[in-house]
Design a protein around this ligand. Structure first.
Ligand code: AMP
Length: 398
């Protein structure tokens, strides 16, 4: 069976086509600026040249129509007809408390996705638009949803409750959910294979360090804790998100900077983090380069970043009562050797020692720990699309 994986954002649609007989990728691509003038589609068929198509598209349905045309194009397509696609897998960010695993989409699932609009306003509405666009164009195949929050649903109340009046949890579901679950799931399973131990016997700390960043502590096959919370704003310092701060700063700055709640939301999500702190960029490559030339704010931003990650490593080793491995993944984790080295420096008391020479790698599955490190340190490129394709295939063939 061939499976189409779709990840629809507010103005973008990412897609991949998998042949599930060998899990190979037949093509992948991105439609950018959907609904904004200057829409473009970049299509990368495996083994053929990349194709770029520029055509303004008003909405996700028109975006998906163009994707379908490209997929069956005789020259650069990867299938003869859309009938070859046996199922579609969709990424959805928030599944609330109801879903701890992937599900076939029906009216109830769509209602749950809608019920979470309130708590994931940037993500769930476009995710649902992508689902509805695909369903209208492919009404006769199963559509499956894979939630970013699902893997973290194994967390216990000790780690998912905030110390707020209990009724805000009961009335408004204010609790910690965690995100990037599909990535933490994928890399932690690969890590168990690299450790050569059953997954259920492992204590794993995963570090998904990208523009958005989160960590997870996994024990006995379950997420014990994760750094993102009610929304993806909590936790580590990110490209443009503040991560953990004293909540009193929010109302203090709303007052001082005369911001309403939506302006404040944007301030802490889009203007803070490494961008706000360094004043250079949200991209760690630019910040590392600036720090090397003596830019003090870039140096401080990096010091804050490392400190926060180290703090979570200590926190999670305490909560797991030990650790078999750290796993670095996503844009920064997979590619930035100097960041991995700084994060792991001076942690030998916790049994963490990195080998600078082995660590000089990018985007490969490798153990970069020193021979005498008690904790293994893995670099594992994430593959969220493969998890979505596998879950979709499994549910569609059940
Ligand atoms: P992601 O969100 O996982 O796609 O990661 C994107 C981020 O990875 C970019 O914003 C960069 O900050 C970061 N990145 C990618 N390559 C490198 C690198 N070689 N060194 C440092 N950061 C990198």
């Amino acid at each position: 069976m061939k499976v189409l994986v779709v990840n629809a954002g507010s103005s973008s649609i990412k897609y991949q086509v998998f042949d599930m007989t060998d899990e190979s990728v037949l093509a992948k691509g991105l439609v950018d600026r959907v609904g904004i003038p200057g829409t473009s589609l970049k299509h990368e068929p495996t083994g053929k040249d990349e194709v770029i198509i520029k055509k303004d598209l008003p909405d996700h349905t028109e975006g998906m129509k163009l994707v379908f045309e490209v997929l069956v194009n005789p020259e650069y397509g990867c299938i003869k007809s859309m009938d070859e696609i046996g199922a579609v897998g969709h990424r959805v960010v928030h599944g609330g408390e109801e879903f701890a695993s992937s599900v076939v989409i029906d009216d109830h699932v769509k209602k749950v996705i809608k019920d979470c609009f309130d708590i994931a306003p940037l993500h769930n509405p476009p995710n649902l638009m992508g689902i509805e666009a695909c369903q209208s164009l492919m009404p006769n195949v199963p559509h499956v949803v894979v939630f970013d929050t699902a893997f973290h649903q194994t967390m216990e109340a000790a780690n998912y409750m905030y110390a707020l009046p209990y009724d805000v949890y009961e009335k408004f579901r204010v609790r910690r959910y965690g995100f990037h679950g599909t990535s933490h799931f994928y890399v932690s399973h690969r890590a168990a294979e690299m450790l050569g131990k059953p997954y259920e016997d492992c204590k794993i700390i995963t570090l998904h360090l990208g523009n958005g960043a989160s960590m997870a502590a996994i024990k006995g096959g379950k997420v014990v804790d994760t750094s993102m919370g009610f929304t993806p704003l909590e936790g580590l310092v990110m490209g443009t998100r503040s991560g953990d701060i004293d909540p009193a700063i929010v109302f203090y700055l709303m007052d001082k900077l005369e911001m309403n709640s939506s302006e404040a939301n944007s301030y802490f999500n889009k203007k803070s983090g490494m961008l706000g702190l360094s004043g250079v960029s949200n991209d760690l490559r630019d910040i590392l380069a600036a720090a090397k030339t003596g830019n003090t704010r870039a140096q401080i931003a990096l010091a804050v970043y490392y400190n926060k990650v180290k703090g979570y490593i200590g926190n999670y080793i305490a909560k797991l009562n030990g650790c078999d491995c750290l796993v670095f993944t996503a844009g920064v984790g997979e590619n930035a050797a100097d960041i991995r080295e700084s994060v792991c420096s001076d942690l030998d008391y916790l049994g963490i020692k990195i080998d600078a020479e082995k660590n000089n790698v990018r985007g490969k599955e490798v153990d970069v720990a020193a021979a005498d490190s008690k904790v293994r340190i893995f670099v594992i490129p994430t593959n969220e699309e493969l998890v979505i394709a596998r879950d979709t295939f499994q549910l569609a063939t059940k």
